[in-house]
Write a protein that binds this ligand. Structure first.
Ligand code: FE2
Length: 222
């Protein structure tokens, strides 16, 4: 078999890298073709009714510790067209700054009433809404004393595309020194949720975070 380029094996038992190695020169896809984000959602994105509300593990369980907030927004294309039926997943640290994840070895307090993940499909107008607990900031690199400002991770899936981003909060002390924020440059401002008052007594504050896929004003994706 002709082999072009360097091969990367995954492990000693992996013998499929031959098949995954390109046999032809890589070609750059034109910008116009790259920007497509297909809002087709296969049936496997069957979300459950309660998954938009992270403040309770299930409707009959107590509220998680911390300040309940609402996060809403619209998913739009570059031209402003709403994207319906896209899957939006979010996850964030609990009130104490701890993730319910095996890699979070911080030792900070877990909250038995906070699972920390939720998902919804955008509606016909491209809108989404979550309730969650305002996340704690966390010490991401204890060795160099680097904090991550409070933030919410979001994943947007449509068709075969999956984009990952983060929503930040305005006025946080460690926003400016955050490595992700530095990477984003000017786009950082677009990734800060806009606070709004909500008449809903179940949440303290709302944050609007519109997500734009493609174009000059695109949301920053990792
Ligand atoms: Fe995080």
């Amino acid at each position: 078999m002709t082999k072009l380029g360097r091969q990367i094996g995954i492990g000693p038992t992996d013998n499929t890298s031959d098949q995954r190695t390109p046999r032809q020169r890589l070609r750059l896809i034109p910008e116009a073709a790259r920007a497509s984000f297909v809002p087709f959602v296969p049936a496997r994105y069957a979300t459950r009714a309660h998954e938009w509300d992270l403040t309770r593990i299930s409707p009959d369980r107590p509220r998680a510790t911390g300040s309940p907030i609402e996060v809403t927004g619209t998913l739009k294309t570059e031209s402003g067209t709403p994207v319906r039926n896209a899957l939006i997943e979010i996850w964030n640290a609990n009130h104490h700054g701890r993730y319910r994840h095996i890699e979070d070895q911080s030792g900070l307090q877990l909250d038995e009433n906070f699972f920390g993940m939720g998902r919804v499909l955008t509606d016909d107008d491209g809108n989404y809404r979550f309730w969650t607990i305002s996340p704690g900031a966390y010490l991401a690199r204890p060795d160099i004393g680097r904090w991550r400002p409070k933030h919410i991770h979001l994943s947007i899936s449509g068709g075969s595309s999956r984009l990952i981003t983060q929503m930040y909060f305005p006025g946080e002390a460690s926003n400016e020194s955050d490595p992700m924020a530095i990477l984003m440059g000017d786009a950082f401002q677009r990734n800060i949720g806009k606070p709004y008052e909500t008449p809903d007594i179940d949440v303290d504050l709302g944050y609007q975070f519109d997500i734009v896929v493609g174009g000059r004003n695109a949301t920053y994706f990792e």
